[in-house]
Design a protein around this ligand. Structure first.
Ligand code: IPT
Length: 976
């Protein structure tokens, strides 16, 4: 159905482009299965390619078998042409990058003609093969297909499979496959996901031999009755046959049920049984996982137990290949998820490559399979003309729902269907839900946009703050009756853009405390940065797009190259499936090393499995070094159970100085996803307190030659600034309150809460001036009095630096107090200075990775070593990063610094101002000076690039503060 009347007739080949229908000529959707007796021929590889700037500029003569494409370019299929040197990618979040006039698209509609000539393999059963199918697993945004000159039809639905019957057209040799792909089509209105617009044949193209009497479509129903411990299997098939599962002694006809004692499938124990569906013409291998998903007691229960989703939203992404993912990359994603305690994936916002779901079945991940549907751009016009509320589009929506459900219905990992994302509300969505319910009664339906839950089975929200989530958890959120009876999911939360997300631990505590909260899915898995020769990784705007949303496309727990970000380390710790809470006995401080013993409370937070697969270790650490260690016997606790386990006695004398217990849960043996010894969970607690550094003020300042000497320090007599400490040169030591604002500091434009980045900049905190009021060298101290304030206002801070020494070490005490009426928190509060060189960094405190007040769960107290370069976190858009928290002492650049109290440590080869000004990592040019920040405090990180800001308890309030550092020379780390 075309929505407009044509007045010209030379545009036949583009009619379908602006047609709201899903297309014509493709076969009905069916289950995707990877292998069988029937042969298949991959048509992936090098194709001929020609790009035209408009949809109708070229005729379709290229589809004729005799066409000579010898002068065309070559392109890799699967692939996106804009990532292969033809045109450029475009990134928008929700705004359509073309005028909104559905279903019309611009005349400038990049069109890629693809040609591939192929022979059938020698053993291809041509003669008998009337049923062969040509399958496209994904083409963006629409395609018209010809084989040997015959027009097979056209389709839309970019991340959905389409098959054409081609049997009678095939020849033994010289088959010509021609595919015309348009970047924009009516389908683009349904595919407004927040990601790069990347046209092309980006998933596999396969020719499938279909034997006579072979299987067409089948539906594996494999449920699990947890009370009986039995699975029931029934396989419905279009073509009758037999189903065997040798391991279970099952041998049944299609359509007939069989029940047997089985081990159920779960994300924790993904038990699969091999079976075969045999029809007269074909044997299809089955991988059967028995499991039952039910809504019961207001909860999603799987195999009789409520589950807690510890999930991520996964877009398909590769920094060079875009959404054309190879199997290795998909497996890497799954392994990384499993190793980071993630148990669930929402396939935001389209069905993934089908092989990804096989991996989820195999390794064990709960999947919310989401349909390829988003019409978010209509929010700009108050959702007027939204296709999902326009009956003319309903067939296209139903086609999308069917293509997802039919393709993926046999995966045990898929436990929830999602109608799509950010598509407003409308009859089309209701129709999709109705169709899915009629086809598959075994899975609940999700759609976040359905706030009243009229069509859905879970109440789902995105980016709700902690307080609201708590209200929902307590059932105090009101709302329609149906919604109040449903379980709750945060389908997106904890926006992982840049440095962050903060506040994960507090969300997890809420999920654990309130049964109705069945967990959430962090937004999102990986940054969609594109490898770029000049910029490192490119983001929106880097390809000259006239409309774009900058680095909002880089908001993942992985960097574009799949290196884990600190956010992923934090998430792993926060969602660990075993809680290890060490409690030093209260007797400890009085009578070290005697009974009663210290204990660790072990809680099994798995939903299904006991702890028998884990081994437990303990370590007793003094000043960060392991003094003793051993294994800890822990009972094989059932899910939800806890036990208090005694730690070994510590002999007196071992607890001199600061000491910690660290207890770890590790894999006792290797699994499919990690080797033995892989750390699953850990807990740490101090046993005896730290001794704060003491420096007796015995040295006296001595004047001479414009300098003041005090202990190992030499100061400028006029400014009071330190020049050298023990011969190590220092520059620009002063109070610092500025940090290069993070994406979360800057916040999303639509945030109604105050966004601290803009407020800070508005006040001028990035251009503080330091007024020198007095330098007093006398008695036992050198004291420097200053006022630190920006131009244009009354706000400022007094800062007094007081230096004392015992002859060997220098103690600096900074006393600061806000002046004027401060209504905003400070970005940071501490000192900074430059060192003429530093490379190795050693410290005792939190590590090994970056941590801020609300992103510090994964930081363990220990003795750590790194380099200045390795301490930088490579956020795609440079911003504050790399702080190590709770540092007791650090050694770098020939200096040792001890903190009283502990401090945050940052060291980088550029200034904060340079970091702040950089748009890409390549803008950061290392200088000769290493800039060191020693912070008494930093403001929290939060998640305000899309969600809530830092919780109030993590605000760095402007209030009087005093903190000290003890400096001494440390030749070991001096870089000459
Ligand atoms: C939400 C989208 O669902 C998701 O695709 C992504 O754009 C995310 O935001 C931000 O990165 S929608 C937003 C309006 C909450």
């Amino acid at each position: 159905m075309s929505l407009r009347t044509r007045t010209v007739d030379h545009t036949r080949t583009v009619d379908h482009v602006e047609d709201v229908s899903p297309g014509s000529g493709a076969l009905p959707p069916r289950a995707w299965y990877a292998s069988s007796d029937a042969g298949s021929l991959s048509l992936n590889g090098t194709w001929r390619f020609r790009l035209s700037p408009t949809a109708d500029a070229e005729d379709d003569s290229f589809a004729a078998p005799a066409y000579d494409a010898g002068d065309w370019a070559e392109i890799s299929v699967p692939g996106h042409w804009v990532l292969q040197g033809h045109g450029s990618p475009v990134y928008t979040n929700h705004r359509y990058p073309f005028p909104v006039d559905p279903p019309r698209v611009p005349t400038e509609n990049p069109t890629g003609d693809h040609l591939r000539v192929f022979d059938l393999p020698a053993d291809w059963p041509t003669a008998a093969d009337g049923r062969a199918r040509l399958r496209f697993d994904g083409v963006e945004s629409c395609a018209r297909v010809w084989l040997n000159g015959t027009d097979l039809g056209d389709f839309k639905g970019s991340r959905l499979p389409h098959e054409f019957p081609v049997g009678p057209l095939l020849r033994a040799a010289g088959n010509v496959l021609a595919v015309r792909v348009h970047q924009w089509s009516a389908g683009s209105y349904l595919e407004d996901q927040d990601q790069w617009w990347l046209p092309g044949i980006f998933r596999d193209v396969t020719l499938l031999h279909r034997p006579a009497g072979g299987v067409v479509d089948f539906f594996v129903h494999a449920s699990y009755d947890h009370t009986a411990g039995e699975g029931t299997l029934r396989v419905d098939s279009d073509v009758a046959g037999r189903v065997t599962v040798p391991e279970l002694g099952i041998d049944i006809a299609t359509g007939e049920p069989a029940t047997a004692p089985v081990a159920p499938w779960s994300a924790e124990s993904p038990r699969l049984y091999d079976g075969v569906l045999a029809t007269g013409g074909e044997r299809v291998p089955l991988r059967i996982g028995f499991r039952t998903v039910e809504l019961s007691n207001g909860l999603i229960e799987i195999n009789g137990r409520p589950v807690l989703f510890k999930g991520v939203n996964r877009h398909e992404w590769h920094p060079e290949r875009g959404r054309a993912l190879d199997l290795d990359t998909m497996r890497r994603d799954v392994l990384l998820m499993k190793r980071h305690n993630i148990n669930a994936v929402r396939t935001s916002h389209y069905p993934p490559h089908p092989a990804f779901l096989d991996l989820c079945d195999t390794y064990g991940l709960w999947v919310i399979d989401e349909c390829d549907l988003e019409t978010h751009g209509f929010t700009e016009q108050g959702w007027r003309d939204n296709p999902v509320d326009d009956d003319r589009w309903t067939p296209a929506l139903l086609d999308r729902a069917a293509r997802m459900v039919e393709r993926d219905k046999n995966h045990p990992s898929v436990v929830v269907w999602s109608l799509g994302n950010e598509a407003g509300t409308g009859r089309g969505l209701t129709a999709m839900a109705g169709w899915i319910r009629a086809r598959d009664t075994s899975r609940p339906i999700h759609y976040e946009g359905d706030r009243d839950c009229r069509d859905t089975d879970v109440y789902s929200r995105m980016y709700a703050g902690h307080a609201e989530v708590e209200r929902i958890g307590r059932g105090l959120d009101g709302g329609p009756r149906r919604r109040r009876a449903l379980p709750f999911l945060l389908c997106e939360y904890a926006h992982a853009m840049g440095n962050g997300p903060g506040g994960l631990a507090e969300y997890q505590r809420l999920f654990e405390a309130h049964g109705r909260l069945q967990g959430g899915f962090v937004w999102e898995w990986i940054d969609h940065g594109i490898t770029h020769p000049g910029l490192g990784h490119a983001y929106g705007g880097d390809f000259g797009e006239e409309l774009h949303d900058g680095n909002f496309v880089c908001d993942g727990l992985l960097f574009p190259d799949r290196r884990p970000s600190p956010g992923l380390a934090e998430y792993k710790k926060v969602i660990e499936p075993v809680a290890l809470t060490v409690s030093p006995s209260r007797e400890r401080s009085r009578r070290p090393g005697t009974h009663p013993r210290d204990t660790v409370r072990v809680t099994n937070r798995y939903d299904f499995t006991d702890l028998s697969a884990l081994a437990f270790t303990w370590a007793y650490e003094a000043e960060g070094g392991t003094v003793r260690s051993g294994t800890l016997p822990v009972p094989a606790l059932a899910p939800g159970e806890s036990a208090e386990v005694e730690l070994p006695a510590v002999p007196a004398g071992d607890s001199a100085g600061e000491a910690h217990w660290t207890v770890r849960a590790v894999l006792a043996s290797g699994t499919a996803w990690a080797p033995p010894g892989h750390v699953v969970a850990w807990g740490q607690a101090p046993v005896s307190p730290r001794r704060v550094p003491y420096v007796a003020a015995t040295a006296r300042p001595a004047h001479g030659d414009g300098l003041v000497a005090l202990g190992p320090g030499v100061f400028d007599a006029r400014t009071g600034a330190p020049r050298t400490i023990g011969g190590v040169a220092l520059t620009g030591l002063r109070l610092d309150v500025w940090r290069a604002t993070t994406d979360n500091d800057d916040g999303a434009a639509w945030q109604s809460d105050p966004r601290h980045g803009p407020l800070w900049r508005g006040l001028g905190l990035h251009r503080m001036r330091h007024r020198l009021d007095a330098v007093e060298a006398g008695g036992d101290a050198l004291t420097v009095r200053t006022r630190v304030a920006p131009a244009g206002g009354e706000l400022g801070l007094s800062a007094v630096y007081r230096w004392t020494s015992d002859g060997d070490r220098l103690r600096l005490t900074v006393s600061t107090a806000p002046e004027g009426h401060w209504t905003v928190p400070l970005p940071r509060l501490g000192i900074r200075f430059g060192l003429s060189g530093a490379d190795r960094v050693r410290w005792y405190g939190g590590g090994p990775g970056e941590a801020y007040p609300d992103t510090r769960s994964a930081s363990a107290v220990g003795r750590w070593e790194s380099t200045v370069d390795d301490m930088q976190t490579p956020y795609v858009r440079p911003q504050e990063n790399g702080a190590r928290i709770d540092v007791r002492w650090a050694e770098l650049g020939g200096l040792r610094v001890e903190g009283d109290p502990v401090f945050l440590l940052t060291a980088r080869r550029w200034t904060t101002e340079q970091l702040d000004a950089a748009a890409h990592r390549t803008d950061l040019v290392p200088g000769d000076t290493v800039w060191v920040n020693l912070d008494h405090g930093q403001h929290g990180i939060g998640s305000q690039s899309c969600g809530p800001g830092p919780l109030p308890r993590y605000h760095l309030r402007a209030e009087p503060a005093e903190f000290s550092f003890v400096f001494s020379p440390h030749p070991g780390t001096h870089l000459a």
